[in-house]
Design a protein around this ligand. Sequence first.
Ligand code: C2O
Ligand code: CU
Length: 498
Amino acid sequence: MPKLTRREVLLSAGAIAVTGATLLPLGGRSSSAVPMPDAGHPAAGAHLADTVGAGAEPVAVATDPFTERMPVPATLQPSSTAGGVDVYELPIGHTDVDIIPGLRTPAMTYGGQFVGPTIRARTGRPAKVTFANQLTQPANVHLHGGHVPQASDGHPMDLIAPGGSREYQYPNSQRGATLWYHDHTHGLEADHVYRGLHGFYLIEDPAERRLDLPSGECDVPIMLRNAQFDETGAFVFGATETRTTILVNGKSQPYFPVAPRKYRFRLLNSALKHVFALHMGGATMTKIASDGGLLPAPIEVDELAISSGERVEIVVDFAAHRGGGPLYLYDGDTPILRFDVAPNRVRDRARVPDRLRTLPELGTATVERTVTMGFVDMSVRPPVGHVNGLPFDPNRVDVQVRQGATEIWNVVNADMDPAFLFDHPFHMHLVQFQVIGRDGGAPGPDDVGLKDTVYVAPKGSVRVQVTFDTPYTGKYVYHCHYLEHSALGMMATMEVVP
Ligand code: C2O
Ligand code: CU
């Protein structure tokens, strides 16, 4: 018999029961409200075993794993569709939500839901969303991955005052893709997103329908993130970056009943700071899309990594698992979602064609730039995040790019203190790019397709090529998508000029 891998050992039921329990370490100490970057790989805090092993005290608050069903965030209904424009309204408010069974968690929400309602837009059909800020502090909304005019981008300084409201106009002229909307209030973005200001914005492309990919109930957005709670169920934020609870659509270790057929899962990492290392214990996942939509062709993978802000779409065919035991989605060694496959036979018309969508031509770059991201001096409290040696200044334009130009950006992780080397996922507003190199070599397996957010390892670098071919000009930001880092200044401004 072949030697069992660590994963296979975990597949035995006993190991899952122990590993799977969500224990909530006490988070009572709060000496500082300043988010402090911690050292090391962000996944280090995600494993319960590590936390317990390190002597953290588990408290009485525990949930039994896999007893709650994974919710699917409700789709927002337009208040009007007149004139071919979908009109929506969404309040931004303080809401107590159900995350831990038996406890209420004070959160910030879009539309009262901890994972905000899903907006399903369509390519070629504009939408207008009016957000009413019912918080006691400023807020705003960024459409991550959207090609939108500057006034609707949710620039970090362009805010909705408490009690105010604002209409964001989304042209939806881009191809189908899994986008998301989240808060981007400068300095507060990490706090706001951590407390729940995040939701899906799916652009459905009529051209995709002909492909017969899984649709309807079999097209499921899944938001992955982490969090830390105290014994009352309240979020712990600021005093620690240890976040031991993984939330899957807002629940810890939920289960999800599936029919024995194909499903399309739109995975989003909305964690402030975590790289999910996903696998299904050896079962095949067919990767079909990245941040900017469909890949040229499907790719069968056993595992995939998603850093903060990124999206990956996969198709999983549960037909082969009919009558078998449950399947799990794992983050590293931790099972985070259980799929229960129904025993009945079903007819499945969905398929994954060999060809999905061709990528736009790369073109020829006429400009090449180097963008460095990092902390210079970690002895300063709070530390200051830099891009090309400077912290974010909204009154400064860091780079000017010509509308329509094709450029290569060499993005370098440039932390200066060898004792504090972080990952820095790089995100650019307004456009998608293609990764053309990583760490001096070829792109990695997670770099395929159109991207707007990309993992950059400590001491690493990523080369991306981008064409600024949207109809929009103006000032947009690019930044580290560890939102605690952008809040500390790791962000800069590009101005697209005609
Ligand atoms: Cu998802 Cu500028 O952010
Ligand atoms: Cu960073």
